[in-house]
Every structure is written in structure tokens, then in C-alpha cells.
Design a protein around this ligand. Structure first.
Ligand SMILES: NC(=O)C1=CN([C@@H]2O[C@H](COP(=O)(O)OP(=O)(O)OC[C@H]3O[C@@H](n4cnc5c(N)ncnc54)[C@H](OP(=O)(O)O)[C@@H]3O)[C@@H](O)[C@H]2O)[C@H](O)CC1
Ligand SMILES: [K+]
Length: 517
């Protein structure tokens, strides 16, 4: 599903009205009805319920007026609080404001300087607050008066349904413009905005409910937004159902260079995730001295013991053996717990220069590349890099906080500059392709911030690529399913107690939900 910014959303609006003759007031009516229906669902029944609608002076406020009218006509006790000067209300919002006044619906204008105790006292009587102060038109920091109104809404601790985006969140970036409404739900019109998806704005959004307000599909298709939200429907199209007459060879052969003394767990998690993702076979190159341990820990995986650089770190001088196994594989992964060494850099050089097998680079492989990025120019195969923000900082020499403020752009720029697929992990993982195609993931939870979670993701990505799924789509689908499995683990075990291994054990039911069996 495309993610748009406010400019693109206004472009959609304009095209709908000018090219297809659908009047803005009709879009506003559809928007208001969508929110009204969510209010009804939230309240379950309307009898005796009281709803406060806090409106700004633009079309977001206009949506609020429509919601007020429908509630008023359903005999709900509703009051509209106008946070701003009603004299400047114009256009479609004014049309709906005038109707409300003719219906003699309760309206109160909140003016600066008025003690906030009055509003906070009033809000105590309401069952629900609808936030219609700002939508995608918010483009600067909020003044003290409206900040005060927003804080009053937040401290009321009443459930809030925000219209289009929580007021105070920038639709373009997700940054907070002074303060923002903390919504339980946000009814988003037609397409998600970056501000709905990106943190910190996403922290204020609550449950995202995307509603069609009547913008023609042709108009939506005309917007060339390269950024899309990964949805279950999209992933279902990517992960194929299995055919009956097949054997393990049909589901891909994976080769992993991973593990070192004390880091056998990383190799194990990656292998298990590869197999749990549906791949047919996995071989793991590990230091000779760890072979017995790995043989005990892994049942389904095949270990390929290698001579050692130093005790417990893959010696990899046996590059021919590695390259031979690599050439017999459908996808490879290098890095989980493999230990950083000059030799690993040389292995990567060899692989990049000679292998055409798609490769996933994680952890120590990324750290090895941090000062040798030019090696990436040698690549002859699709490559997926899966840095967390600190690893991305080492790769780009950009400070972590600056990366976090601009995750999408940082990932996109690196992917296009180095011709690789970047997975910038974290809350709302970003997948950026060399083509510019970009995905943002909305599954997952803080319980996944645990050792080994990245190793599991590496395994799923590699496993999907090995099964013949196009690398960019395989990566985006893997990120979604990794988060979905993590959500299932958290639902069962809680966010505190879950470990990376629980993500692996919940992978099958996540995949079952996607594939249907
Ligand atoms: N196709 C659609 O998506 C539809 C969306 N609808 C709704 O319309 C809003 C967008 O409405 P808009 O009028 O463009 O803007 P807002 O209502 O979000 O903001 C109102 C105006 O407030 C001013 N502004 C901006 N920032 C601040 C600030 N920090 N403090 C004070 N005022 C601010 C700005 O006007 P200026 O002239 O002052 O710049 C805004 O225009 C969308 O989100 C939907 O809810 C339609 O109802 C249906 C179609
Ligand atoms: K809003």
C-alpha cells in the first residue's frame, strides 16, 4: 500500500476534484462518515454516550463538523470545541460549520487565555474525544494556546479517535510539532502518510484504520510514491503455496558462513530460521573446533567444518571449498556471529568478485565492510545488507541519532549509491532497493529487541531468496513475517520474557497465517 506525503495527498485531492468532478465536500462527507462509523464501533451503543469533538479551522476540522452532525442526528450528546478563530473557517469546512449552526448543535469556541481548567473539567463528562484540530495541513510548530488544548486532551485520559493523523504529528515526517494528541485509534483517509508510520509520530497514532473516502483508484495509481507500507495482502501474493509433487531440492539450498567461539547461537538461530522459512536445505560453515557443538545443537542443518584462523574463528583459508559450496547454493548468508577479521574481508572480496549467488550480509560481515565499502562495487549478485542503526552508522559515518531522524532517506540513499538492498532495522524497519522501491514495515514489537533477533531475520531473508522469490520482495516479505512471528511470540509470552528463539518457534504459525496452510 503506497505511503504518501502531504503534498501527494493534496495532489490526490485536487485530481479527484478537478479531473473527476468529485467535489471536496463529498470527500469530506465520506471522511466524516468513516470517522462516525468508527465512533459508533468504539462506543458499541450510542445511547447516553457523550462525545467531544475538538476542531481546528481547516478541513480536518471540517471532517470533525461532519462527524458532529451525524452524531447529533443520531441523538448522541455531542459538543464541538473550536480551537481557533471560527471567522477564518472557509471552503468545505465552512459549509459544514454553517450546517451545524443551523442545526443548533452545541458549539463552543476555545479562545487563548481561557483557563484550561474549564476545558479539562468539561472533558471529564465525555466518553470519547474526536481529534479534528490538524490533519495533513500542519506544517509548523503549534502555538502555546493549541498546545495547551492538546495537553488538556491528553491529560483527560479519555479515549481519543484522531482524524487522518494525530494533531501535532507532521504528516510529512512523523516528527512532533511541539506536542501531539495521543490517539487510541487514527482513521487515516485513503493512504497512510509517512507521519502515520514513522516514529515518533507512530507512537501517537494508536491503531491505524485506513478508510476509503472515494478517491478513484486511477488517481491513486497515478501517484508515483516509491514508498509503500508492507501489508499482509501484499505478502500473501509474494509467498507461494506449495505444490504437491515436490522435494526438498525444490525449496532451495542455503549456505551460511556464521558462528565463532561463544557465538554458535547466532549460527544456530540463522540455520533454524532458514529451515522454518521453508527452505529445503541449509549448510553452515563453522570453525572445525565448534563442529561437535553445532552437530549437537542442530539436527536438520548440515555443518561444514572449516580450518581455523585462530581457535574458534573460521579460518576460511579454504576459500575454494567455500566458493564451491556457494556455487551449489541458491542463497548465502555471511556474518551472524562469524567474528570480525581481515580474513573475513578477503572472503567477502572473493565472494563478491566470483559469486553470482544472492547474498545476505549481516553483523560481522557488515562491520568488516564498514571501512571497505568499495568492496561492494565488486558484487556480481544481488546483495541484502541488514544493519541495525549502529551498524548503519559505521557503514555511513552518519551519527545514529541523525540516521534515526531520517531513516527512510538514509536507507534509500545508501541502497541506490551502492546498488544493494538495505534493511535498516528498528521500529518500523525500512527496506530500500537499488531501484528506489522502498518498504516500511509495521509488524513487530519491542520484545524483539533481544539478542539473536537479527540472526533470525537473516535466516528468513536467505530462506525466502533460496526458494526463488525475487530478492527485494523476499526481503520485504521476510521483514513483515519476522515481525508477525514476533507479535505472535509477544502475544503468548509477553514482550519482556520472549527471546529470539521464540520468534523462530512462532514462524510456522505466522507463515501458516500468510499461506493458509
Ligand atoms: N483527500 C483527502 O485526504 C481529504 C482530506 N480531508 C481532510 O483535510 C485535512 C487537511 O486539511 P487542511 O485544511 O489542508 O489542513 P489542516 O486542517 O490539517 O490544518 C488547518 C490549517 O492550519 C494551519 N496550520 C498549519 N500548521 C499550523 C500550526 N502549527 N498552528 C496553527 N495553524 C496551523 C494551516 O493553514 P495556514 O493558512 O495557517 O498555513 C492549515 O491549512 C486532511 O488531513 C483531512 O482530514 C478532507 O476532509 C477530505 C479529503
Ligand atoms: K487530527
Amino acid at each position: 500500500m503506497k505511503i504518501v506525503n502531504n503534498t501527494q495527498m493534496k495532489q490526490l485531492d485536487r485530481m479527484t476534484i478537478e479531473r473527476y468532478g468529485i467535489p471536496g465536500v463529498l470527500l469530506m462527507e465520506n471522511a466524516g462518515i468513516a470517522v462516525f462509523q468508527e465512533v459508533v464501533r468504539h462506543l458499541q451503543n450510542l445511547i447516553g454516550k457523550k462525545v467531544a469533538i475538538v476542531c481546528g479551522r481547516g478541513n480536518n476540522g471540517g471532517d470533525g463538523f461532519v462527524v458532529a452532525r451525524h452524531l447529533f442526528q443520531h441523538k448522541v450528546e455531542v459538543k464541538v470545541f473550536i480551537a481557533g478563530n471560527p471567522a477564518v473557517i472557509g471552503g468545505d469546512a465552512k459549509t459544514n460549520f454553517e450546517i451545524l449552526k443551523l442545526l443548533e448543535a452545541p458549539i463552543e469556541v476555545l479562545s487563548p487565555g481561557e483557563g484550561r481548567s474549564d476545558l479539562s473539567n468539561q472533558l471529564k463528562e465525555y466518553d470519547l474525544i474526536v481529534d479534528a484540530i490538524f490533519g495533513i495541513g500542519l506544517d509548523r510548530n503549534i502555538d502555546a494556546f493549541i498546545q495547551d488544548v492538546i495537553e488538556t486532551i491528553n491529560v483527560s485520559e479519555k479515549p481519543v479517535i484522531s482524524i487522518d493523523i494525530p494533531s501535532g504529528v507532521s504528516a510529512a515526517t512523523g516528527c512532533i510539532c511541539g506536542t501531539a494528541v495521543r490517539a487510541e485509534k487514527t482513521v487515516v483517509f485513503q493512504l497512510p502518510k509517512l507521519g502515520n508510520i514513522n516514529y515518533p509520530g507512530s507512537d501517537y497514532t494508536g491503531e491505524i484504520l485506513i478508510k476509503n473516502i472515494g478517491i478513484p483508484q486511477k488517481v491513486i495509481d497515478s501517484i508515483n510514491s516509491e514508498i509503500q507500507m508492507i501489508t499482509m495482502d501484499w505478502v500473501k501474493k509474494i509467498i507461494p503455496k506449495r505444490k504437491a509433487d515436490t522435494h526438498k531440492g525444490d525449496y532451495g539450498r542455503v549456505y551460511i558462513v556464521a558462528g565463532s567461539t561463544g557465538m554458535t547461537g547466532a549460527a544456530m538461530l540463522t540455520c533454524e530460521a532458514v529451515l522454518r522459512s521453508g527452505a529445503g536445505l541449509v549448510k553452515v560453515a563453522i570453525p572445525q573446533s565448534l563442529n561437535n557443538i553445532m552437530e549437537i545443537r542442530l539436527t536438520e542443518a548440515i555443518t561444514v567444518p572449516l580450518p581455523e584462523l585462530k581457535k574458534g574463528v573460521v579460518g576460511i583459508s579454504d576459500i575454494e571449498k567455500i566458493m564451491k559450496t556457494m556455487s551449489q547454493s541458491d542463497a548465502v548468508a555471511v556474518g551472524p556471529g562469524s567474528g570480525q577479521s581481515r580474513e573475513l574481508e578477503e572472503v567477502l572480496r572473493n565472494i563478491f568478485e566470483n559469486s553470482t549467488t544472492p547474498i545476505v550480509l549481516d553483523a560481522d560481515a557488515l562491520n568488516s565492510l564498514a571501512n571497505r565499502k568499495e568492496l561492494l562495487k565488486l558484487l556480481k549478485s544481488p546483495a541484502v545488507l541488514t544493519p541495525h542503526p549502529m551498524e548503519m552508522s559505521r557503514l555511513t559515518q552518519i551519527a545514529v541519532e541523525d540516521i534515526q531522524k531520517n531513516r527512510v532517506e538514509v536507507a534509500r540513499e545508501f541502497a541506490q549509491k551502492w546498488n544493494v538492498i538495505i534493511v535498516l532495522k528498528g521500529a518500523r524497519t525500512v527496506v530500500a532497493a537499488p531501484s528506489g522501491e522502498t518498504f516500511i514495515n509495521t509488524t513487530g514489537n519491542p520484545g524483539m529487541a533481544t539478542a539473536g533477533s537479527g540472526d533470525v531475520l537473516t535466516g528468513i531473508i536467505t530462506g525466502f531468496i533460496a526458494q526463488g522469490i525475487e530478492p527485494v520482495q523476499a526481503t520485504a516479505a521476510a521483514v513483515y513475517i519476522h515481525g508477525l512471528a514476533g507479535d505472535k511470540a509477544a502475544a503468548e509470552l509477553g514482550e519482556y520474557g520472549m527471546m529470539a528463539g521464540d520468534i523462530v518457534t512462532h514462524l510456522p504459525c505466522a507463515l501458516k497465517e500468510i499461506v493458509g496452510k
